[in-house]
Design a protein. Sequence first.
Length: 230
Amino acid sequence: MDKKVLNVASGCGYGSEVLMKSAVETFNVDISENLVAYGNNKYGSYRNHFLKMDAQNLQFPDKFFDAIVSFETFEHLPDYRKFLDECHRVLKDDGILIVSTPNKIITSPGLDNPINRFHFKEWKFKELNSELHNFFNINGVYGQHFTKPMVVSGTKIDKNKRAITYFCYNFIPAFIFKLIKKYYLRYREIPANNVVIHEKDRVKKANEIDFDLNNDKYAYAVIIFVLNKK
């Protein structure tokens, strides 16, 4: 309970409740002023702070945090190396950084550019592993959501699926997706302590081979690294 934790790209702050179980103080930062305001109103306290901030320019002193978590963030950043450099700067020498990102083999297979229009870049495991080694030592590798690729290149049907997916990401306004989730899919917010995690969504220890397609064309969709400073 004596850890000072930074949550980068915290969104609405939902995950801060989980972090607070093992942190003396949590700092949640996001580029969206609206999300920061929401998180501060719903989850903020004297130990759980919400700040508007660019992940590529963290406004904290050097070696300030015991731990940093940032889930599926740096694929959204134009200068992801600056983000990694900033995390290295504000992390204590014995601190840990936990990051996750989509596995390109699953989310944008066979494509030069990500399907998701909000992603500047996606990586295969070997590419990301090499990139992270420039900044950190790798202490652990985990995977989440063992599945088949979103789109498989080749057949006419697959190309049509790719076109539909591209259209949804690029031309349907975000607020339409929110309405679909709320009124058609019946999404609702559940307190973190009441969340039930299905087996396929559990985070599991993984090896490099688990992020390449196996004989059944499955691989982990999310790559998770546990890192410490060099």
